[in-house]
Design a protein around this ligand. Sequence first.
Ligand code: ADP
Ligand code: ZN
Length: 278
Amino acid sequence: CRRRRPTQKSLEPIQMGSYAHWKGQVLTAEELNVLYEGIKLNNVNHYDYILTGYSRDISFLETVVDIIKELKKANPSLVYVCDPVMGDQGAMYVPENLLPVYKNKVVPLADILTPNQFEAELLTGRKINTEEDAIEVMDLLHKMGPETVVLTSTDLPSKQGDQFLVALGSQKIKKPDGTNTDQKICMDIPKVDAVFVGTGDLFAAMMLAWTHHHPKDLKTACEKTVSVMHHVIKRTITYANEMAGPGKRPTPAQLELRMVQSKADIENPTIVVEAKVL
Ligand code: ADP
Ligand code: ZN
């Protein structure tokens, strides 16, 4: 969360705590279709995983949906990880008309969904004030499609104090007798007093990777995901504070995630956050 993006039309300087400048082009739905045509023509349209994130255009998102449907036909075991990036802390940073597309077309296709609290509330139309609310919202999201749902960050109070943020997860499990059950977990994540860019993307990527290794063990997949986050953020803030000097706040440039330096932790994280099974 606390992700600040420019509007893609204006690419203007944005709020403090993030980059001052944004450059580049926005891919259109037509351009995405052309790329996909090329992939098909070369017969390399077999995928095991798809991950999507920030998008702010209806026709682009609808094209993504069409492509994923086709790729799922080609490979029925394809896993689609969807980070439904729409907003944070009560404010949407994509156009409001994207919400019905996510609700009706994207989320039903998703196998793994990683909304933050605000996005989960938007998708379900339900507010989360308690752990019970969060559990109900995750069940509503399951009913919309995805068998794995992780609320990446919530405002729920942590039992470990206000220096922790709470994340929750839920995975549907098919029992051998055909009936359904689920595993629900909860994690307290130590907060660092800084704004990072790219943490939401890293979280979704790590959920993909660790559910690949632990497809039926949400607790382990989440513990490894959150532990990677912890190691990367710790390394980043330690470096940033050192660069900034005593008593000074690090700049966004100093807070660039220390990804390459964290390679070993990303591949094999020491577990530092234990998930509680609810
Ligand atoms: P989202 O809005 O999707 O929740 P964030 O980037 O805020 O995305 O959070 C994703 C994950 O990144 C969190 O679950 C947490 O593990 C980590 N994270 C992000 N910012 C912080 C922070 N300031 N302190 C500790 N962890 C953070
Ligand atoms: Zn997010």
